[in-house]
Design a protein around this ligand. Sequence first.
Ligand code: NDP
Length: 256
Amino acid sequence: ASWRYQPEPEILAGCNILVTGAGAGIGAAAAKCFACYGANVILLGRSRNHLESVFDWIETHTNTQPVIVPCDLEQLDASATHALHSAISETYGVLHGLLHNASRLGPKVPLAHYPIEEWLRVMQTNVNAPFILTHTLFDLLDAADDACVINTSSSVGRQGRAYWGAYAVSKFATEGFSQVLADETESAGRIRVYSVNPGGTRTAMRKAAYPLEDPASLPSPEQHMDLYLYLMAGRRSGKTLPDTGAQLDARTWKCQ
Ligand code: NDP
């Protein structure tokens, strides 16, 4: 009830939205939220158990039919993404939303000591996988009259900070990816692209990054969902949307 945006209950009816990292944390909250507002959600994530619990929640609490795609983004290759493209294309025809949310934190150590293998894993998950997915699914997004791609950034993707290593660098790449994609799609006006920094949020990743912090001092993922919903609802909301390519911050965002 404290949401800055309170949409119509069926604002996402008929929308097909893919969420990566949908099994836990912010991705799980987003998938549930989109389904509550009528979207068909495609739940992509690593752990099947996590995905199944989100799937069960959505089946129980909404009238929508979610789909599970167990997939480790570190292993994402052309054949896996083409299979995903065919499945989405055959089932839904078009894609209205793509939330790139899954990320790997990696170790918090100085660059001089950063394990090279970890660097590559972080880049694969946080940078290469969102590109490969967007690249493969682009025609399905372009086929929707109003589609939305949300890239998930971080404060350390806007201002570098010691010991955040590959994670920080990957989030700068996320900002670059967002800006290039937004610039390329702006004139057609069918795909809106945003970079969202959720800010400190009560999840497993935050706990791993700040083990001594009191989780109760942080907002829950659910508290940010008004922004995610607002962006996904797009023109259906009838409200003024941020320009494509905008960098947004979930904590300070104001509903127009
Ligand atoms: P969580 O660790 O709670 O959840 C991340 C989800 O991504 C998990 O479901 C996880 O799968 C999935 N995932 C991770 N790696 C892979 C992979 N290789 N393949 C497929 N799925 C994967 O993270 P948050 O919810 O905290 O973070 C979500 C996003 O928000 C991230 O992009 C993060 O960088 C960003 N962010 C978070 C902040 C915070 O304070 N929480 C602050 C700023 C940014 P599994 O279920 O198997 O574990």
